[in-house]
Write a protein of this length. Structure first.
Length: 95
């Protein structure tokens, strides 16, 4: 879960490409890293509304976001579904 996904914070989606998601690009990067490490998986990105009280940004400290950016209403959820080969390999290690 990423409450402040930097990849999609500064991306403007044109109206004719309404379904375009910069978070989908990040999910491709995650899938590539996992595959390169020998963990083939399907990674999808989902935009989910942040519920009230679920996440409050820490005041002060490491606030690197410019002050003119409004708080996000959605969070990015990256769902990782490992291939059966990876799951069976993991199960074999537990025995």
């Amino acid at each position: 879960i990423d409450y402040e996904p930097i990849a999609s914070t500064f991306v403007s989606v044109p109206p004719d490409l309404g379904q375009l998601s910069a978070d989908a690009y990040v999910s491709g990067i995650i899938a590539g890293v996992l595959d390169g490490a020998g963990f083939s998986a399907r990674v999808t990105a989902h935009s989910v509304s942040v519920e009230e009280g679920e996440y409050t940004k820490q005041q002060g400290g490491n606030n690197t976001m410019p002050s003119g950016i409004p708080p996000r209403k959605d969070k990015a959820v990256f769902l990782v579904k490992f291939s059966p080969e990876v799951l069976s390999r993991d199960a074999a290690l537990e025995r």
